[in-house]
Design a protein around this ligand. Structure first.
Ligand SMILES: Cc1cc2nc3c(=O)[nH]c(=O)nc-3n(C[C@H](O)[C@H](O)[C@H](O)COP(=O)(O)OP(=O)(O)OC[C@H]3O[C@@H](n4cnc5c(N)ncnc54)[C@H](O)[C@@H]3O)c2cc1C
Length: 414
């Protein structure tokens, strides 16, 4: 793998940047692998990378029906934080946060992780009680968290209108939280995994999951049968479709979730502001666009687009809170498909089919977990048992009733 540095940049500038290697290969699928990961989003690519890096496996394929990083990874609003309520969730997301903090160096790829802080606004007395409870729980888990007063919020964003239809009574704030460059995360993991020998096979849809005697034997794809004793489904919005191919009925609903960006502006928005109550969140990308996210569309479906009334509601709330943006033009709007679980927490672990592993249910908030999710998933596959960090997130919890209800701390209510 060509190393990126100021020196390689200078060296390549002398040859008009024509000497850069391809970032990853496009191999033909082999007949058999030790592990096949289905889905080349951030989570699938991170799983393959940590399998190779931490567990020494080399005979790994990631199969992707479209192009790598073209799913939710490319469509999300890139908010990264770890201030969840319950111990299990906080520790998982905090593991991820620690990996984010060294990710650019680890991958030798600038994922543009920018720790500019994230605010979650409180609009009612009950919101504020919940915020105080969550901030205390975060501190007990060693996560940086504080409660901001309306005055402190205004000091950070002077033009915020605190006396709206949903008055702002305060906020939780995590200073180490922030945003990252979504495409770079997928590309960085892909490049590093490829360098460790992982085959990334694009335009290869999984259409069947054959089994013998209760154990998986590989995947049937649009490019033929590929055999493996271990298969991991890491396919976000299509998890239930893939689960069904293996005879599993997953407790997942797939919903559209949409976002939009404005024309680029000069730097004006210093942090990330989220409001669960009004279903809106906003930040500013390094390019200058305002990045705005909405709540999920209420219906289920696989169309990568959302409905107008959801966007109208979100923009109404944003303009009321930030009247200064009322004449900003919106450039683009798009949708992804999020896999929502009943307790707003992911499912990461083994399945009743031997050799088949599942990673899904991240709903509206899985981007922030990309490195941590890949790290625990790799451990689970390599050791054939969950890591202590993902033990509580098994599929079994929907039978045993040990749910981890994170609805209050999930990105947008679902
Ligand atoms: C609009 C929007 C905003 C969001 N904002 C945030 C945010 O601010 N912060 C945050 O933390 N999270 C956010 N999320 C959620 C986040 O994007 C997802 O949880 C996360 O990206 C999931 O990553 P993934 O790698 O599992 O999925 P994906 O990137 O969707 O990857 C799954 C891959 O599986 C492939 N696949 C599916 N079926 C098959 C098949 N049969 N065969 C082969 N391949 C298949 C797909 O093509 C896809 O590339 C947002 C999501 C959306 C849609």
């Amino acid at each position: 793998m060509q190393h990126f540095s100021i020196w390689s940049l200078l060296r390549n500038s002398l040859s008009y940047h024509e000497g850069w290697q391809k970032q990853w290969r496009s191999p033909e699928p082999k007949r058999e692998y030790d592990v096949i990961v289905v889905g080349a989003g951030g989570h699938g690519l991170a799983t393959a990378y940590y399998l190779a890096k931490e567990h020494g496996l080399r005979n790994i394929a990631v199969v992707e029906r479209g192009w790598l990083g073209g799913g939710n990874t490319a469509r999300n609003t890139t908010i990264v934080r770890s201030n969840y309520l319950w111990d299990e969730a906080t520790q998982l997301y905090e593991k991820s946060m620690k990996l984010w903090e060294g990710l650019s160096q680890d991958l030798n790829y600038n994922v543009m992780f920018s720790q500019r802080g994230v605010m979650n606004l409180g609009h009612t007395l009950q919101d504020m009680r919940d915020i105080e409870r969550r901030v205390s729980a975060n501190r007990l888990n060693g996560v940086d968290a504080q409660v901001l007063s309306p005055g402190e919020i205004q000091a950070m964003i002077p033009y915020i209108n605190l006396n709206t239809r949903y008055p702002v009574l305060g906020a939780s704030y995590q200073p180490r939280a922030g945003v990252a460059r979504h495409d770079a995360v997928a590309w960085g993991f892909a490049r590093a995994a490829d360098a460790l020998g992982v085959d990334i096979i694009q335009n290869c849809e999984v259409i069947g999951i054959p089994r013998e005697n209760g154990a998986v034997t590989g995947v049937d794809t649009t490019r033929g049968m590929i055999r493996a004793r271990k298969v991991a489904l890491v396919a976000a919005g299509h998890s239930s479709v893939l689960g069904e191919l293996a005879g599993l009925r997953l407790p997942i609903e797939s919903h559209p979730l949409q976002a939009l960006v404005s024309e680029p502006l000069k730097p004006i928005f210093p942090t990330v502001v989220m409001s669960n109550a009004i279903h809106a969140y906003i930040s500013q990308s390094d390019k200058g666009d305002l990045v705005i996210g909405a709540g999920i569309d209420a219906y289920t479906g696989y169309g990568q687009r959302g409905s107008f009334h959801t966007i109208e509601h979100t923009l109404g709330a944003i303009v009321e809170m930030f009247p200064i943006f009322s004449r900003v033009h919106m450039n683009r709007q798009w949708g992804g498909i999020v896999d929502v679980s009943p307790d707003a927490c992911p499912i990461i672990g083994l399945t009743p089919v031997k050799g088949l592993y599942i990673n899904c249910g991240w709903g509206t908030g899985g981007f922030k977990a990309t490195p941590g999710s890949g790290w625990v998933m790799a451990h689970t596959i390599a050791q054939d048992r969950p890591h202590p960090l993902n033990e509580a997130f098994s599929l079994d919890r929907f039978y045993s009733g040990h749910l981890i209800d994170e609805h209050g701390a999930a990105a947008v209510a679902h």
